[in-house]
Design a protein around this ligand. Structure first.
Ligand SMILES: Cc1cc2nc3c(=O)[nH]c(=O)nc-3n(C[C@H](O)[C@H](O)[C@H](O)COP(=O)(O)OP(=O)(O)OC[C@H]3O[C@@H](n4cnc5c(N)ncnc54)[C@H](O)[C@@H]3O)c2cc1C
Length: 397
């Protein structure tokens, strides 16, 4: 986005990337359906950025979800709003959009330099790169870094820039997993039987250490070590912070959201005769498969002898999360360059002429298109910032 804004303004633009091709994570994001942005109104949309909402607000004011959709349409790619309000390209994929975009950038004159890993600055202040054959230095009137966070390092975003930036006394918050799975520590039996099974129609409730309750309806997946998936990702920032504050995060699962507690007690109190407990649960409470497995795994054995206790366990089954999965597995990263280190144009205050954008900045958001929207908006802001910086330098000269 920065390259596009700058080339359109008449600047000469060189784009460097450590990988053999650009936008590998963007392409991966398109594999499961590229959720480019969200259609909800500006207020709720902005609230998704939590404590960084005030920092993201000016970026979205200048280039928000509607402008982003227009931009996508301008590349010849139609978009549609899904039932959840999420916005996707009509073909769901990232590749056609990326192809059209790269073509437009090349035609406009952007020069792409692949397999160029930025490794710091030389004594004269030039950017230094390692390439497969050598090291090289490059001087520029303005620089925009968009080096990503620290997840899925095999796609290029390995967070190796963190010590390079910190060495210049610039505040960088530790990169930590966001939109991530969590470890539970299942029994061998449960893991073997249910790893890979989706738990559908469930409500997760989490009360954070400050006493605030967070509730998320949806589905999640049982993994070999714990849980992952949309209804977990949506709570993941709170869960991660809860674990770092207290060593654990306990979510309560409502396995039967459509049935109220008193009705469940009534149903489960009916005599089961010669029916097995599994059949009784299936016919009276609609609990079977992985949900029955979770109940066996997490409820106390005595709960099965008492309909009231059993119904309570079904409506509020405690699931103890002990650790976030490693950063490399996460959808995105929290942490990054502190906004305090940047001016309103995303220029590093202590390195005039150097701008930063995208996931390498210290913000986070849930999945739902909010990540890409803020990446696009910040890239554009950094490009415009670099443009005004170049103009101000020319005026001075
Ligand atoms: C599986 C998955 C699905 C996702 N789905 C969605 C989705 O549907 N919607 C959504 O909004 N978000 C989604 N995301 C998140 C989104 O893809 C990222 O937030 C976004 O790509 C970040 O963009 P970025 O440009 O800041 O960083 P990146 O896309 O990570 O790009 C950083 C670039 O910098 C390069 N680089 C890093 N270090 C150096 C260096 N030292 N020298 C040279 N180059 C370097 C890398 O090679 C890379 O090309 C998904 C993420 C994942 C992992």
């Amino acid at each position: 986005m920065a390259a596009e804004v700058l080339i359109q303004s008449g600047a000469s633009v060189d784009l460097y990337d450590a990988m053999p091709s650009v936008c590998r994570k963007f392409l991966l994001a398109g594999k499961g359906g590229l959720n480019i942005t969200h259609s909800e109104p500006p207020g709720p949309f902005l609230s998704r950025y939590g404590s960084r909402a005030s920092r993201i607000a000016p970026l979205l004011d200048a280039f928000g979800p509607d402008a982003l959709r227009e931009w996508v349409h301008g590349l010849g790619v139609e978009t549609f709003v899904g039932t959840s309000g999420r916005v996707f390209p009509k073909e769901m994929k990232a590749a056609p959009l990326l192809r059209a975009w790269l073509h437009r950038l090349r035609v406009a004159g952007v020069r792409f330099h692949m397999r160029h890993r930025w490794i710091g600055w030389d004594d004269g202040g030039a950017l230094t790169f390692s390439t497969p054959s050598s090291e090289s230095a490059m001087r520029a009137d303005a620089v925009v870094f968009a080096l990503g966070g620290g997840s899925w390092s095999r796609l290029g975003s390995d967070g190796a820039w963190v010590p390079l930036i910190r060495a210049r006394d610039i505040a960088v918050e530790e990169l930590v997993p966001a939109n991530c799975g969590f470890d539970v520590g299942w029994s061998e039996h449960f893991r073997e039987r249910f790893a890979g099974h989706p738990v559908k129609a469930v409500i997760n409730t989490f009360t954070d250490p400050s006493g605030r309750m967070h509730r998320q309806q949806g589905e999640f997946m049982v993994t070999a070590t714990g849980v992952e998936g949309s209804s977990i990702y949506a709570l993941s920032a709170k869960l991660r912070d809860g674990i770092s504050a207290t060593g654990e995060a306990i979510i309560h699962l409502d396995l039967a959201p459509g049935r109220d507690l008193s009705r469940l007690v009534e149903e489960l109190s009916r005599p089961r005769g010669s029916k097995s407990m599994a059949n009784h649960l299936r016919s009276r409470a609609g609990i079977d498969g992985v949900k029955a497995g979770l109940l066996r795994e997490l409820a106390a054995a005595q709960d099965f002898d008492d309909p009231k206790r059993l119904a309570s366990a079904i409506k509020s089954l405690p699931l103890r999360l002990v650790a976030a999965r490693p950063l490399d597995e996460a959808i995105s990263s929290a942490g990054g360059i502190s906004f305090e280190a940047l001016d309103e144009h995303l220029m590093l205050r202590s390195l005039p002429g150097v701008f930063c954008a995208g996931e390498m900045l210290d913000w986070e958001a849930p999945t739902g298109g909010y990540l890409l929207t803020a990446c696009f908006a910040s890239g554009r802001a950094a490009g415009l910032g670099a443009r005004s910086w170049l103009d101000s330098q020319h005026k001075r000269a």
